[in-house]
Every structure is written in structure tokens, then in C-alpha cells.
Design a protein. Structure first.
Length: 72
């Protein structure tokens, strides 16, 4: 699969997720952020796009200051 397509989708999702997290009054837990990213990836990835790669790329872009780590 073309990495550029995955990167483009990941960039769009990361922007959306970052905006959603910034709008929250409280920090979300990392687990909830993972679920949010997963949901967006499932919505935007066609069957021939590796959603796991997209999720990994999104996680690398989302600023961790917007959420709390597991167990914190």
C-alpha cells in the first residue's frame, strides 16, 4: 500500500483528534484516546489500507499533553 495515502489519512485523523482533545475540559485517559483514534481509523480507512499503520502514525502525531497515561 502506498505510504503516502496512509500518511495523508493519519495527518487528517491526527488533526481531528487533536482538535477534539483540545476542546475537552479535562484530560482524557490514553485508553479513551486510543479508542477515539481507532474509531476514526475504522471510519476513514478503506479495506486495502492498513489501519494499524494509520493508527500508529496518528499516535505519533497526537500531543501526549492532551491526555493522561494509563493508570494515572
Amino acid at each position: 500500500m502506498d505510504f503516502n495515502i496512509e500518511q495523508t489519512i493519519a495527518d487528517q485523523i491526527a488533526s481531528t483528534v487533536t482538535s477534539e482533545l483540545a476542546a475537552e475540559d479535562e484530560l482524557m485517559f490514553e485508553k479513551d484516546v486510543d479508542e477515539l483514534i481507532w474509531g476514526h481509523a475504522m471510519e476513514h480507512c478503506r479495506g486495502d489500507i492498513d489501519h494499524y499503520n494509520v493508527i500508529t502514525l496518528v499516535k505519533e502525531q497526537v500531543d501526549s499533553s492532551y491526555y493522561r497515561a494509563y493508570g494515572v
